[in-house]
Design a binder for this molecule. Structure first.
Ligand code: AMP
Length: 130
């Protein structure tokens, strides 16, 4: 059965899309650990990130880089961090999480409550800088 992220990539489940090319898809995490929390996913459905082919794994970071820079420009965090966990969704992905002065360091799990209008605004603010 397709993973929830494959369903998002296929457009069967809605997402706050940030960027896409033929190999990768980026969208807002629905349970943001901070404003601007983005998931970057290879379209190839592989559970464990270190089972990805080398070129897809390397390309994942390259695809994530301008998104991290866009987060930095859009929201001026101290910096944007990257987490790999993968315990909830068995489809490899990285979390990009801006770190703000009030929360140096980070962990996963919902920490900010944003309405769907606010999530859409966050996505627009990131896309403007890509
Ligand atoms: P993990 O697999 O532990 O790295 O975490 C999976 C992440 O996917 C969690 O932070 C969830 O909030 C997020 N997530 C799960 N379903 C969705 C969805 N439909 N849209 C956006 N993010 C999601």
């Amino acid at each position: 059965m397709a993973s929830i992220f494959s369903k998002i990539i296929a457009g069967d489940i809605p997402s706050y899309k940030i960027a896409e090319n033929d190999k990768y898809y980026a969208f807002l995490d629905i349970n943001p650990a901070a404003k601007g929390h983005v998931l970057v996913v290879p379209k190839q459905e592989v559970d464990y990130i270190f089972d990805l082919d080398d070129d897809i794994l390397g390309g994942l970071i390259k695809f994530a880089k301008p998104i991290a820079k866009a987060l930095d420009t859009a929201f001026s965090p101290i910096r944007t961090g990257i987490i790999v966990e993968g315990l909830e969704v068995p489809h490899a992905h990285v979390h990009l999480i801006p770190m703000y002065p009030d929360r140096k360091g980070f962990s996963l799990g919902k920490k900010v409550d944003l309405s769907s209008d606010e999530m859409q605004q966050v996505a627009n603010d990131i896309r403007k800088h890509l």
